[in-house]
Design a protein around this ligand. Structure first.
Ligand code: ADP
Ligand code: MG
Length: 753
């Protein structure tokens, strides 16, 4: 078999299997080889039913009974349920949204089930035959495998799994340590099918033609297995160590490839010339500018400004990311950079780029509302000079100062504004994404500030590169800013092309949001406290619990339901006297805006929203936020949700409602009261709950396996160091054609641009 062979030609596939493979985007032999197991079912996880405890991830073997399908009690979601029983006891099984499973398993079937042991309201233990401990647990959404002729020794204390065919026990090998690979399955295809198909590929000596794309010296340096070995070990590990070693290699490889792409991107951008901003002689004027702020800058703001001025004093463009929580004062840092840029005097003519002043800054915000807010802040910061500032958004253009009213702005036509931008009369232009389109021509664009842009890819950067009339090519300095709290390892990976600065302290004198972790017994007491705030005229956000579902469509529907149900419940049971609105992402834009408008105007007192909904408008009177089902969120996400009540002059409160009473859960949530900033919480998420918490492919374009590397600062640093070294030596990877191809395919796979 060849790696490029189509699976359809090499395997006998039925309609369902073909469909399933297509859904998983597996078409060729290579695709199949690179479809890695998500984990391994290990004999050590196999448990007696009587020994199960809520919270366990467990595999049990037994006989199925009492199967039926029905609709879930409150949500009316179709579900299947039944029981599984072994010699020690029995436990209920439920499958939400997978009612068809009840038809695939028959009464009396012997099965292997792997799933989470989940507690009902007061239960922890399953039903046992020797003195019932209670029937308070069930197995939620377990993966199942039917076991035909299962050679279970029913008298063994630990039921043993049957051996997979074709894997004769080697001498002395015990069941211990033998594990099955478990793959992402989809209806129509099982882990077993993957196991056998891959075994066939291995037997066919397909791997003999596999060539490694990672340079040999790198593999040796970090003790990583070769591609061939790693492929065998990841699918058919002899032991845990081999599996881990293989996973490590593929995790490293993913981060390494992302780094290569990012470093190449940075290298390319740095080849451009940029306006050299000489800040040193300006130190006095910078200080004067800063002294006009109505506050003293924080130490980290000062440090960031210093670094940025140093970056901009080079002849190649800056690429820097400024990370800082909402309210940490990123705008003032950006404004200072913009100040220094517009304050440049003509440069000496020996310089490569001759300019005669008129250096410009473009400031890009993600929404019109934010762009307008920045425009207003900038007027405050610059009005004493004064200088011209422009605003360009979809709904119109403005210019400061107005001729008639020198302390205010005026609306002007787009054509007029663009003319002034092109001839250099507007040194600072603020706007939405439209700011960097072709129609907007700057005279001397020296600095681009990008606020809250998750990633500003190569293609967008290329648009910024400018050729002047004399054929000089230049690119602006780039300052990206974000409040999205992510751990450092993830930032180093996805923003590998940027240098990082962190604003890790809040300005002094800020009112802290009073944050309380509320256990179920304190719920009503808390509602009464909140009622007092509502009586005083304040408003309340209620963030409804996140319901995780593998299918995004269904997940959305469930979350919508939970917000609507919570609004009804609150109206009926708690806050009868108040107006309650609902906001979720399935609503039309108009409807959402209407609800937000009513909330802003105070017609709605309480807003029930799903966690995904962006509440784009800042409602200073909304000072209380409840987050329901808090244990289902990461700390960093809770922190971001809480940020919605930060901008008020009234004291703000955040009530974190936890359903669980487990001490560990409560302790984790308490970090919200002590952590200094969102980035610290993101680090905690990573150590306490792992990389899965951060959202992989969906959010950052990194696979679950790649996310395993994110836990490991040494590995991320190694991948980064090696990528930097390689790009420096061979920027186009011309000596590494296989690697180059791999990077390219990864890039297109994850849509980096
Ligand atoms: P963000 O980092 O979220 O963009 P902003 O730049 O909007 O934060 O700043 C939030 C508020 O804090 C603004 O009103 C700003 O004027 C104020 N601010 C910024 N820096 C300081 C500081 N060092 N001390 C006090 N207030 C500050
Ligand atoms: Mg901001």
């Amino acid at each position: 078999m060849q790696l490029s062979d189509k699976l359809e030609e090499k395997f006998r596939l039925d309609v369902n299997q073909k469909k399933a493979l297509r859904k998983l985007k597996i078409f060729s032999v290579a695709d199949l080889l690179f479809h890695f197991p998500v984990r391994y079912s290990d004999i050590s996880e196999v448990k007696n039913i009587a020994d199960l405890v809520a919270g366990d991830m467990a595999t049990v073997y037994g006989k199925v009974s009492k199967l039926k399908t029905k609709k879930a009690f409150r949500s009316r979601i179709p579900m299947a349920e039944g029981e599984i029983e072994d010699l020690s006891g029995k436990i209920k099984i439920t499958w939400f949204n997978q009612a068809y499973l009840a038809k695939m398993i028959r009464e009396g079937d012997m099965v292997k089930l792997t799933g989470r042991v989940t507690a009902k309201k007061n239960g922890i233990y399953p039903h046992t035959f020797s003195g019932a401990k209670g029937v308070g647990v069930y197995l939620a959404n377990p993966e199942f495998e039917k076991l035909p002729n299962m050679p279970i020794d029913m008298h063994d204390t630990l039921f043993r799994p049957p051996r997979l065919s074709g894997t004769p026990p080697s001498q002395g090998e015990k069941y211990m340590g033998f594990s099955y690979p478990i793959y992402t399955e989809t209806r129509g295809i099982t882990s077993k099918w993957f196991y056998h198909a891959i075994e066939k590929i291995f037997k066919d000596k397909t791997l003999d033609n596999v060539q490694d794309y990672i340079p040999d010296n790198i593999l040796k340096k970090y003790h990583l297995p070769t591609l061939k070995t790693a492929l065998v070990w990841i699918h058919k590990p002899k032991n845990k160590k081999d599996a881990e070693s293989a996973r490590k290699r593929f995790a490293f490889e993913e981060v390494f490839c992302i780094q290569l792409e990012r470093q190449h991107d940075k290298f390319e951008y740095r080849k451009n010339k940029s306006f050299q901003i000489k800040a040193e002689p300006l130190a006095v004027s910078v200080n004067k500018f800063l002294s006009r702020f109505p506050f003293e800058l924080t130490v980290s703001q000062k440090k960031a400004i210093k670094t940025i001025l140093n970056d901009m004093s080079k002849t190649f463009p800056m690429s820097r990311l400024l990370e800082g929580d909402v309210g940490s004062g990123k705008t003032a840092v950006a404004a200072t950079a913009a100040y220094v840029v517009q304050n440049q005097r003509p440069q000496d003519k020996n310089g490569d780029l001759q300019t005669f002043g008129n250096l410009q800054t473009a400031y890009m915000a993600p929404t019109e509302i934010l762009a307008t807010q920045h425009f207003e802040s900038f007027i405050e910061y610059f009005k004493h000079l004064p200088i011209n500032i422009g605003l360009i958004t979809g709904s119109g253009c403005r210019k400061f100062p107005s001729k008639l009213n020198p302390s205010g702005w005026t609306t002007i036509s787009r054509a007029q504004l663009l003319k002034w931008v092109a001839n250099g009369e507007i040194p600072i232009l603020i706007g939405t994404h439209a700011l960097i389109t072709k129609t907007v021509k700057f005279k001397n664009l020296a600095l681009v500030v990008i606020d809250e842009q998750h990633r500003f890819g190569t293609a967008q950067r290329r648009k910024l590169v400018h050729k002047d009339t004399k054929g000089n090519i230049s690119a602006p300095h780039l300052l990206s800013m974000t409040a999205t709290p992510i751990p450092r390892t993830l930032a180093l990976t996805i923003y590998g092309d940027l240098d990082l600065s962190l604003l890790d302290e809040m300005p002094l004198g800020r009112k802290q949001i009073i944050t309380e972790i509320i256990t179920p017994n304190k719920r009503f007491e808390t509602y009464e406290k909140i009622r007092q705030e509502l009586k005083d005229g304040r408003q309340l956000y209620v963030i409804c619990p996140r319901i995780n579902e593998p299918d995004p469509e269904k997940e959305l529907a469930l979350n919508v339901k939970s917000a609507e149900a919570e609004a009804k419940r609150l109206k009926k049971e708690v806050f009868q006297e108040y107006e309650i609105g609902v906001l979720h992402s399935k609503m039309s834009k108009e409807k959402k805006e209407k609800v937000m408008q009513e909330f802003t105007e105070g017609k709605i007192n309480i807003l029930c929203a799903t966690s995904v909904v962006e509440v784009g408008v800042n409602v200073p009177n909304a000072t209380v936020i409840i987050i329901e089902g808090a244990e289902r969120f990461g700390l960093a996400q809770l922190h971001q949700l809480r940020g919605r009540v930060i901008r008020s002059s009234h004291q703000a409160f955040c009530y974190i409602f936890a359903e669980a009473k487990a001490e560990k859960t409560i302790a984790r949530l308490k970090a919200l009261k002590t952590a200094k900033n969102g980035f610290e919480l993101a680090e905690l998420d990573l150590t306490l709950r792992g990389a899965g918490e951060l959202g992989g492919t969906k959010q950052w374009g990194i696979t679950d396996l790649g996310m395993e590397a994110i836990k490991n600062i040494k590995m991320v640093e190694a991948a980064r160091t090696e990528a930097i070294a390689l790009i420096e030596k061979d920027p186009e990877l011309s000596k590494y054609p296989l690697l180059k191809q791999k990077v390219k395919s990864k890039v297109s796979e994850f849509h980096f641009e």
